[in-house]
Design a protein around this ligand. Structure first.
Ligand code: TRP
Length: 332
């Protein structure tokens, strides 16, 4: 049986952090075994907000290197760069004729961008979800592993795909949000407010390229208090968060040790944070080191980008052949 198709995009802005790893990349790594996966670096999307392209190449290469260091295998999944697949732009153009100004203006991410950058409300920004739809349906993907923040874009992708199908013929499956395993893991930030994120408090986020000392220091500074004084005291959020982080990177027995210490009120948060720091270093440093090696290997990066582009374009060409045909654009 043919494997089902999974597609997702990663914006080449910012450094990968622990939240990206447990929320997204780890899922991709698992999916590459069971599905036919297309993972793409969304460099064209980044032009909607970052028109200066001087750092684009470095950023694209870094994203690729980091994702491969986390376990994405360019031999198993199709890893490619959006701008290398010209068919994306063609499909984007056709889909733009089926997308209405009103619905695009209602998109939450668009309204946010307008608020943040009123001086750069370009048409690409307005049609961002159309380009994203083109990315997905270009491979006739059924599943799109994305976080909650992309749900609206995905709903729009379903609308555009269905609209195309109704007007011209049944070409595209409905792309559905999808994640491996049950719940999406949320990685809490170290200051006890929300989850780790690229843009917010950098000291509360653990990046996959943080040095060992940076990791230790960030954990050392994580918020705690003087500890429980009575058995049965519920954990405050920021303590619960430390336990959550610990359960992601430490041994079961280590977590158990500190759970017991919490419950009998003998816990010393300094010790716990120290242990967590060491386990976090053990987890992050191999990824960081691997990413560094890859990032400096221009020949390897070129080779995987070419291989990815070739595989992605093959899939794209097949779809576009059908698209032009059902649209009646095949005049010769
Ligand atoms: N918009 C997505 C984000 O901000 C990135 C993206 C671009 C994407 N194209 C995609 C995600 C296609 C899934 C499928 O994270």
């Amino acid at each position: 049986m043919e494997k089902e198709i999974v597609m997702s995009g990663i914006r080449p802005t910012g450094y990968l952090h622990l939240g990206n790893y447990f929320g997204a990349v780890r899922n991709y790594v698992r999916m590459q075994e069971a599905y036919s996966c297309f993972f793409m670096v969304a460099d064209l999307h980044s032009l909607t907000t970052h028109p200066d392209t001087r750092e684009l190449k470095t950023n694209v290469q870094r994203v690729l290197a980091e994702n491969i260091a986390c376990g994405l295998d360019p031999e198993k999944a199709t890893l490619y760069c959006q701008s290398h697949v010209f068919e994306t732009s063609e499909l984007y153009l056709y889909l733009n004729m089926l997308a209405y100004k009103g619905e695009l203006e209602k998109t939450v991410t668009f309204k946010e961008k307008v608020r943040q950058h009123p001086e750069n409300v370009n048409a690409g920004l307005l049609t961002y979800p159309v380009l994203q739809t083109a990315d997905i349906i270009l491979h006739r993907a059924s599943y799109v592993p994305v976080g909650k923040d992309q749900e609206q874009h995905l709903e729009m992708a379903r609308n555009f795909a269905n609209r195309f199908n109704h007007r011209y013929g049944d070409v595209f499956p409905e792309p559905k949000a999808f994640n491996f395993g049950e719940e999406l893991v949320k990685v809490p930030s170290l200051d006890g407010t929300g989850k780790m994120s690229k843009s917010e408090n950098q000291n509360a986020t653990l990046y996959l390229n943080d040095s060992d000392d940076q990791i230790r220091n960030k954990l050392k500074k994580a918020k705690t208090d003087s500890g429980p004084t009575e058995p049965g005291t519920p954990k405050p959020d920021y303590i619960e968060n430390l336990f959550s982080l610990m359960s992601l990177v430490s041994d079961e027995s280590t977590v158990q040790h500190f759970e017991t210490a919490y419950n009998d009120c003998t816990i010393r948060y300094g010790d716990m944070k120290k242990q967590l720091g060491e386990d976090m270093v053990k987890f992050i440093s191999p990824i960081r080191e691997k990413a560094e090696v890859i990032q400096h290997d221009q020949a390897y990066l070129k080779q995987i980008m070419e291989m990815g582009a070739e595989k992605a374009r093959k899939s794209a060409r097949e779809t576009m052949q059908i698209v032009r045909e059902v649209m009646g654009l095949n005049y010769f």
